[in-house]
Each structure stands twice: as structure tokens, then as C-alpha cells.
Design a protein around this ligand. Sequence first.
Ligand SMILES: *[C@@H]1O[C@H](CO)[C@@H](O)[C@H](O)[C@H]1NC(C)=O
Ligand SMILES: *[C@@H]1O[C@H](CO)[C@@H](O)[C@H](O)[C@H]1NC(C)=O
Ligand SMILES: *[C@@H]1O[C@H](CO)[C@@H](O)[C@H](O)[C@H]1NC(C)=O
Ligand SMILES: *[C@@H]1O[C@H](CO)[C@@H](O)[C@H](O)[C@H]1NC(C)=O
Ligand SMILES: *[C@@H]1O[C@H](CO)[C@@H](O)[C@H](O)[C@H]1NC(C)=O
Ligand SMILES: *[C@@H]1O[C@H](CO)[C@@H](O)[C@H](O)[C@H]1NC(C)=O
Length: 706
Amino acid sequence: MEWRRSGEWKWLWLAVSAFVMAAPDGLVSAGNVTYDGRSLIINGQRRVLFSGSIHYPRSTPDMWPSLIWKAKQGGIDVIQTYVFWNLHEPQRGQYVFSGRADILRFIKEVQAQGLYVCLRIGPFIQSEWNYGGLPFWLRDIPGIVYRSDNEPFKNEMQRFTTKIVNLMKANKLYASQGGPIILSQIENEYQTIERAFGEKGPAYVRWAAAMAVGLQTGVPWLMCKQNDAPDPVINSCNGMRCGETFEGPNSPNKPSLWTEDWPSFLQTYGDEPYLRSAEDIAYHAALFVAKNGSYINYYMYHGGTNFGRTSAAYMITGYYDQAPLDEYGLLRQPKWSHLKELHAAVKSVSLPLLYGASSTFPLGDYGQAFVFSGPSQQCAAFLLNNNTVDYESVIFRNVSYSLPPKSISILQDCWKEIFNTGKVSKKSNTRTYTTSIKFNSTQRWKLFKEPIIQYDSTKLRANELLEQTSTTKDRSDYLWYTLRFKQSQPKAKSDLNVYTHGHQVHAFVNGIYVASAHGSHRNTMYSLQTTVPLVQGTNNVSLLSVMVGLPDSGAFLERRFSGLRRVSIQGTDFTKYQWGYQVGLLGEEQQIYTAASSIRLQWGMYGSSGSQPLTWYKTTFDAPAGNDPLALNMNSMGKGEIWVNGQSIGRYWISFRTQQGNPSQSWYHVPRSFLRPKGNLLIILEEQTGDPLGITLDIVTADGQS
Ligand SMILES: *[C@@H]1O[C@H](CO)[C@@H](O)[C@H](O)[C@H]1NC(C)=O
Ligand SMILES: *[C@@H]1O[C@H](CO)[C@@H](O)[C@H](O)[C@H]1NC(C)=O
Ligand SMILES: *[C@@H]1O[C@H](CO)[C@@H](O)[C@H](O)[C@H]1NC(C)=O
Ligand SMILES: *[C@@H]1O[C@H](CO)[C@@H](O)[C@H](O)[C@H]1NC(C)=O
Ligand SMILES: *[C@@H]1O[C@H](CO)[C@@H](O)[C@H](O)[C@H]1NC(C)=O
Ligand SMILES: *[C@@H]1O[C@H](CO)[C@@H](O)[C@H](O)[C@H]1NC(C)=O
């Protein structure tokens, strides 16, 4: 390395000092961003960067400034976000860039706070987001094969990618134009499915890289989990242990980047939250830096909320609630503080890290030392104890260090321990839900019973079981499958067997609810088996198949089958029979959740007869005082969706229990910005027999917020 030659380090030192002094209040212009084998190079300087994923549609615009500010206080330099294609282009050629989709406002807010942006355009993003971010209308393009060397797909992908890049350019948001975007991503973890496409896989990777690079953004592109990312695109790592698992950059001229360090993990209905300790996150982050990593992004730093119908199949509405900032944007301790200390420690030794010579050698039985020396007398060391059970005493340069189990100490000047990943100074904090409103009186509620659709009232007919999503076009979670048949003798207990790829099925016979069944993220095919009463004469069977988000991963998403596959009654196969269909619910068609149509429809009083499946409930409430976050405790309910002032805050599913018997998610975030002071309209669709009298609106607080 040139910088180690005598004399030249002084020049470097001046340059780095100047940068360090300029950095705290943000950099106005980053210039063209380049890279070498050590790191990204911004304004001519190598940088070690900590990044945090915050997805703009998973919070509300009024939350963005404080989320970004808290990230900055936590030592984050870069905000990483995906771009959500199906949010921005719900109909082909009709774009939405307002409200939670106001990506420009989000990026400009990051810029105003002096942080950088990593823009992961995808435009396939997975992200536990509906259909992995792909607009559903793509499926209707003839001959399309997603994410392959396929002209129809490539045309659409190039069109949208160009649209986003041009939007950024027009707003001067690339670092090369004085903006905050220093890095950008094309595709997403493609290698995991590449083989399914044969030779069209590698051809697509080469095309995607060349297409992206051809857009001339002045900042580097990356492909995550793509070991063969073509030059000059950088391959990067995703996972929890990239210091151990990453094969490294595919060229000595590319830096080692970690695009997704998961501080928790995605949670589907039926899962308990995934808990990962602050110590473990810090250990693996420090290890990655010790092994020459220079960019670590926490996925997610703030997860937020899958509002409306935006979550992918079986994903809960809260997203990465266990991140350093929880679903509501509150600091999660000690994660937030411990990582903040790690970031400060790494920054304080960034000069030897980025410009020194590195060496590594064993230290005792379980230890390892990573040493960065130079320029001049600069020195930093990372001492690792790989013993998961015991403390290790190690001698490094004549000084003794006691390293906690499975931990890394960072030594400034190669002797002063400034941080150890296993020593956590902050206590864990507690989140508290304080009930503000009880919806416990029958007078509060009005109800509207969704009609149970029978064959005679359907208009769409087919002599087979239709694939659900190509029938609904994903305009609704709900598809009625109905039939009728004649029965010569009544029979109190007849077998009903429904074999399905939908996520939940509710069965009604002659307008009466009989049974439900559901699958899970791991078992997407399942069957409903029950006995039903049949009458003499015409019997009407109505099966409501429900999707809880579209799949977001795997090859050939355009060919996935969902909905019912086989139906038999008393041993007779009705799979190839005359079926009548209705897409969606009447309440959805009437937009029952808006103030206008909630007046138009006939709402009934809340009776004492007990709740019926498929009921809409309506009430109003005043906003609790203050600015603390709010959430509805839905524990008394079964499954459905919630609207506040016409906006869906997401699906809920309390009746799907974890192995320990808990709902995966009890509280559902009601953003403050959805509310006005008085008379807020709350509409709930309950598919099962939950009791709305048990619902409460709670104020969410947590200690340890500073
Ligand atoms: C960035 O690169 C472009 C083209 O490569 C060049 O025209 C421009 O002057 C560069 N900007 C900076 C700030 O170096
Ligand atoms: C870090 O990079 C240096 C220089 O390329 C190399 O010699 C060293 O082995 C690397 N360290 C690790 C742990 O990979
Ligand atoms: C620590 O030990 C584990 C298990 O033996 C091994 O997989 C891992 O690579 C080791 N890590 C380091 C940094 O030595
Ligand atoms: C360690 O101590 C020995 C004996 O006192 C001395 O010779 C050596 O220079 C010391 N090494 C360092 C790195 O200080
Ligand atoms: C509702 O809850 C409040 C507070 O716990 C209680 O005072 C009231 O009696 C309850 N109302 C009904 C109708 O149960
Ligand atoms: C089934 O539907 C038909 C047509 O609407 C109706 O005539 C018949 O009475 C229904 N059967 C039952 C048992 O409700």
C-alpha cells in the first residue's frame, strides 16, 4: 500500500482530519462515489460506514424525521431502503409518489439530516412485501417470466428502473450530483433461485448489471447474495454471520459489504418473535469489520408496519419489531445503545482500519488477533475470544486482557480497550401498554353482516376450481367458491373435504358457518375436513378462500397456484363441477370503511346473540392526548382487517397461535397521523367470532429512550 511509504502519510492525515472535522454536520456533496478493495470512496476518502434499513412505506411521513434522527444518534451513516415497485406503479404507467410512497421526501429528509442513502431499486425486492414488490399486473403480460432472460420482463424492469433513476437524477439526489445516494442495488438475492432458470439465469444477471451500470448514476451498484456479480457491480453478503459466511468480494478491487445484517428475523403468523441479543449482533458486526468489512447495514434498523394488504404471505403486520428501533420507532435497549457504542469505537479507529496494513494471528486456545497498523504510528486491534462458555485471558503486546465468552474487544492504539461486544452497559428496557380507551360497551358498536354468497347470486362461473389470485387480480384477499347440488335424503353428518393452497378457508353450508382451516408459511397446502349437515333438496355450499398476502420469494412467482384444488362431499369429487365465484366482499365493494359509505349502509345494533363469522364492526373514538404511539389490542378477536378513518392499518390474526399458545401479534399500530382529535372512525372486519367488546386502544411507552 502506497500510504505506508514514509512521507505520504502526513498528507493523508491532513486529508482525513479535514474530513473528520467536516463530517458531523453532514456532507453537502459526496462527489462521484468509487471504491477500491478496502471500502467505498466518497469525496476521495475511504469510509467505514454503518447503515440502517428504514423502509419509507412502513411508517408515516410524520415519523420519518424522528426515525432518521434516532438512527443518526445511534451512529448510523447511511439509510438503506428498497424501492417498492407495486406501491409506485399500481397500474401500469400510473405512478404514485405521495403519502407513504413519497420516496423523494424521504430521501430529502435523510439528506437534510446529513446522512447518506443506499437505494435498493430491485425492482424485485422480496422484503416480506406483497409479491416481493412486483406489481400484480405483470402477470397478465403475455409470455412473461419474472427475473429471467425474458424480453417482456426485462422491458418492464428496465422501464421502472430507468424511471426511478431518472427521478433521482431530476432531483439531484445522487452523490455525484451533490445528493445523498452513494450506493444502489439491482436485483436481490438472485443467486438463491438462479439455477431454476438454466442458462437464462446467468444471462439475466449479466443483462441486469449492464442495464444498471448503463444508467450512469455516478455511484456504484451492488448485487446482494450474488457471488458472480459482473464488474463493476459489487457482490455483497446478507445474513446474521457474514464475518464467518461471506466468501468475500469477487475481485480484489471490490470492498467487503454486508447489505443485510439481521438483528432479528421476519415473523410469520404462528411464530414467536425472533430474539437476537445485542452482544451477538455486535460480535458479528465487529468480526466483519475485523475481517476487512467496511459497510454494515442492519436489516432492519426500523422495521415498522405492513399497513393495508402490503405484507407477503402469512407475514405479520408488525415488521422487525425487535430491531434497534421497534415497530413504533421507540429505542429498543440495550440493542440501540450497544450498537451505538460499537459504531463509535469502530469510527475512532477508522484510520488504521482503512489505511493500515492488516494481519491476523492466533491468541491462546480460542483467541485471534486482527491488527491494523499504520499509517505512521496508527494501530488498532480486534481481539476475539471464540470460547462460547468461558472468559479468556490473553496477552497482547505485553498487556493482559480478559475477554468475555464469544466476544471481541476493540483496542485503540493497539492497547486501550474502548469496547467489548460482550460487555453491555445499558439495561434492557420495558415497553408498556396503557389502556386509554375500552370499547367494552355494546352501545359503542354497530355491526353489518357480510352476506354469505350462494351459487345463484354469482355471475362468474366455471366448470373447475379457478386459481385464486389470477381471478381476484389481488384486488381482494377474498374469493367465494360456491356450488349447489341436489340431495335425495337429509344427512346430518356428511363428510366435507377441501384441499387448498389458499391461506385460510371458511366453509358455510346453506348459509350456516360450519368450519375453518388454515395453512402456514411452511405448510402452504392443507385440507379442511369436517362433517356438515345436508338437507333434502338443493344444498348450497359456500367456501370463502382467503389470502393473507401473496408469496414474495422463489422462482416462477408468475405461475404460483393459490386457492382451492380439490373438494369432495360424501366421497363425491366436486373438483370438476359447476362452480360460481365472487371476488371480494360486499363491504369491500361498498368501501364500508370510509365515512361516506358507512353512512350509506344499514348498520345494525350490537345484539346479545353472540358474534357471527364475517361481521363488520363500527365505532368511533377520540384521540388520546399526547404524542405517544398508539396501538389496538386485538386479543379478543379472531382474524380480519382494521381501518381507521378509511385507512387500513393492516390485517390481524389472533386465532393463529404459536406453539406456546400465544398470538404472534396482539397489538396493531394506529399511526398518530391517521387520527384527528375527535370522532375517529374505526371499522373492523372480523372473519371469525371474536368479541369486539374486548378491544382496547393503548398508549405505548418505553423507558430508556435516551
Ligand atoms: C462524476 O463523473 C462524471 C462522469 O464520469 C463527471 O462528468 C463529473 O465531473 C464527476 N463529478 C465529480 C464531482 O467528480
Ligand atoms: C484483510 O485484507 C488484507 C489486505 O488485502 C489481507 O492481507 C488480510 O488477510 C485480510 N484479512 C482477513 C481477515 O481476511
Ligand atoms: C469460532 O468457532 C466456530 C465453531 O468452532 C467456527 O465456526 C468459527 O469460524 C470460529 N470463528 C472464528 C472467528 O474463529
Ligand atoms: C514486551 O516485553 C518484553 C520484555 O519486557 C519486551 O522486550 C518487548 O519489547 C515488549 N513488547 C512490546 C510489544 O511492548
Ligand atoms: C368498561 O370498562 C370500564 C373500566 O374498566 C368499567 O368501569 C365499565 O363498567 C365497563 N363497562 C362495561 C359495559 O362492561
Ligand atoms: C339453495 O339455494 C337455492 C337457490 O337460491 C334455494 O332455492 C334453496 O332453498 C337453497 N337451499 C337451502 C337449503 O337453503
